[in-house]
Write a protein that binds this ligand. Structure first.
Ligand SMILES: C[S@@+](CC[C@H](N)C(=O)[O-])C[C@H]1O[C@@H](n2cnc3c(N)ncnc32)[C@H](O)[C@@H]1O
Length: 327
């Protein structure tokens, strides 16, 4: 008797992603496991995936920039690494996956040389989701990785390597899905700081995240109690015009401090204009912020450092400093 093999029709990657976002489940064929003390855990394929396939959702609470900053002040460093900040329609948003819900998306590691997937935004029932899609065919047993962005992530310094050009945009044919990068992407252009010059302060932190008409953002106070507030629920599958490109986070443009900085003055109490040329940099956990004296590494190792002097700064403190002065 001829065996009739019935093959289930494969969903288009976007439909597949929408289905799993709704189900709040990870698909079969992927597994999380411990790799080593350096990397911690990672996600591996137990089956083959084709280029373009939906792999996983980076599941968590979708929150505003303000709520993200508030949670970052409360969280231990070990939890902050699960906060994925990104820009959507010019607004800074974050998916907070600090709470371990058993999902695999939060365990996917970084690879900026040869990643096999890419994070994109997708809108499902009026709410944004971050989803990983394969950027090439993936064999069983491969670790799933994506490029976290251009920041100087500390683990990248451990393995000196040739940095390839950034990954191709829109390698996945479905152009309706937005490409997204972690918000920690900062252009490596030097930024000038003039300690005593208070002129021309431009507050780069005036962007307020308000609820987008098409997405719901959780701006509630508690990390645990959160049921995202729906603003304008949309139809289930959004038309393509609702799914265009995600902007990268703008780099910090300027920094001005209004107090005498003993760490930059070359001698005792000399009133001296001290110009810092700061660049975004990975800062060690031993370094203290020159502004708030807190550990700079609390901000995911990202900070600003003067190219010439022992001056290190939280990006967050820089913004606070500007805000206080503009009052
Ligand atoms: C979102 S978590 C990924 C899951 C993490 N490996 C774990 O065990 O929970 C991000 C953290 O994983 C680690 N990580 C990610 N990619 C890495 C890499 N290529 N090498 C070393 N550590 C990495 C870093 O500690 C980073 O802060």
């Amino acid at each position: 008797m001829a065996e009739v093999k019935r093959r289930r029709k494969k969903l288009r990657p976007q439909e597949d992603a929408i289905q799993f976002c709704r189900l709040k489940n990870d698909k079969n064929g992927l597994d999380g496991r411990f790799i080593n003390d350096n990397k911690g855990r990672g996600v591996f394929s137990c089956t083959e995936f084709d280029k373009g396939d939906f792999l996983l959702e980076y599941r968590g609470d979708l929150i505003s920039k303000e709520e993200c900053e508030r949670r970052q002040r409360l969280y231990h460093d070990a939890l902050k690494v699960f906060m994925f900040e990104f820009r959507y329609n010019g607004k800074l948003l974050c998916v907070d996956a600090a709470r371990d819900d058993g999902s695999l998306g939060r365990l996917v590691n970084d690879d900026h040389i040869n990643p096999n997937s890419r994070m994109k935004t997708i809108c499902v029932d009026g709410k944004l989701h971050l989803c990983l899609f394969a950027t090439r065919n993936i064999c069983a047993g491969e670790e799933i990785t994506y490029n976290y962005g251009d920041s100087e992530w500390p683990w990248r310094c451990l393995t000196p390597c040739k940095v390839e050009p950034p990954p191709e945009i829109n390698t996945i044919s479905d152009s309706e899905i937005r490409e997204t990068e972690s918000c920690s992407e900062i252009e490596p252009s030097p930024l000038e700081i003039n300690i005593h010059c208070l002129l021309e302060v431009k507050d780069v932190d005036m962007l307020t995240v308000v609820c987008d008409q098409s997405v719901s953002v959780d701006s509630s106070v508690s990390a645990a109690s959160v049921e995202p507030e729906k603003v304008t629920p949309k139809m289930n599958i959004l038309p393509s015009e609702d799914l265009d490109c995600v902007d990268k986070m703008s780099p910090v443009k300027e920094h001005v401090l209004n107090k005498k900085q003993k760490y930059c003055a070359p001698a005792e109490e000399v009133e001296e204009v001290c110009k810092h040329i700061v660049v975004p940099s990975a800062i060690s956990s031993m370094d203290k912020c020159a502004e708030c004296v807190g550990p700079v590494a609390a901000q995911k190792w990202l900070g600003l450092k003067c190219q010439f002097l022992l001056f290190k700064l939280h990006e967050w403190d820089q913004k606070r400093s500007l805000r206080m002065r503009s009052k």
